[in-house]
Design a protein around this ligand. Structure first.
Ligand code: CA
Length: 221
């Protein structure tokens, strides 16, 4: 299931979009200000963001600038007011991938979000390199010392998340959020099992356990 972050402060419009997108089989998190959205985007993984530009606490435009300055590549569709041509251009220049003018047609929004996430998943993701470990997210390949290593889908997702956040501790629930859909109920020890398998395949030194906190791959030196 595709995970959408909807950022819209208008309660009626936001509610309509959240309900409509859920009916279209999207998993929707709805936040009503730019600051909360920024925090969510730092700690969680979304497939796509629907972003109103006029938001309290932190404007949609400023949030977009900060996201792209940090190198976050999540696709963003901005919502603009009719006649706000300047907003549209500024938004696209700031790194938005698409826009829709309010009032929004839900079928069109759902179709555009599907297209955006399709494009994003086909986008060549850069390789993640850590010592002699090379992970290719686009080709779903892992090599260690030049040898191919076979990983299960969720093992791969855990490893990718830890490498993309190298130097930062990831909690079990953050890792669960990256590997399970909204409605899946992960086994309580699923993450530990994936980590165990990764250590068996890649050596026990790579992934550190911080007891009671989470897991960490150090930044490559
Ligand atoms: Ca607004």
């Amino acid at each position: 299931m595709m995970r959408v972050l909807l950022v819209e402060d208008d309660p009626l419009l936001g509610d309509g979009l959240a309900v409509g997108l859920r009916q279209a089989e999207f998993a929707v998190d709805w936040l009503k200000d730019g600051h909360s959205a920024e925090l969510a985007l730092k700690s969680e993984t979304f497939d796509v963001v629907v972003l109103d530009l006029g938001l309290p606490r932190l404007s949609g435009m400023e949030l977009l600038h900060r996201l792209r300055a940090r190198g976050t590549a999540v696709p963003v569709l901005i919502l603009t007011a009719r006649d706000a041509v300047a907003d549209k251009i500024a938004g696209l220049d700031a790194g938005a991938d698409d826009y829709l003018v309010k009032p929004v047609d839900l079928d069109e929004l759902a179709a555009r979000l599907r297209a955006l996430t399709r494009r994003a998943s086909g986008r060549a993701a850069p390789q993640l390199v850590h010592g002699s470990l090379v992970v290719d997210p686009a080709g779903h390949r892992v090599t260690l010392d030049g040898r191919a290593v076979e990983l299960a889908t969720r093992e791969f997702a855990v490893l990718q998340a830890l490498l993309e956040n190298a130097g930062r501790v990831m909690t079990r629930s953050q890792l669960e959020a990256t590997i399970y859909g909204w409605k899946d109920e992960p086994d309580s020890n699923a993450v530990e099992v994936h980590i165990h398998h990764l250590r068996r395949k890649l050596g026990s030194d790579l992934i550190k356990t911080l007891r009671g906190v989470g897991y960490l791959i150090e930044k490559p030196s």
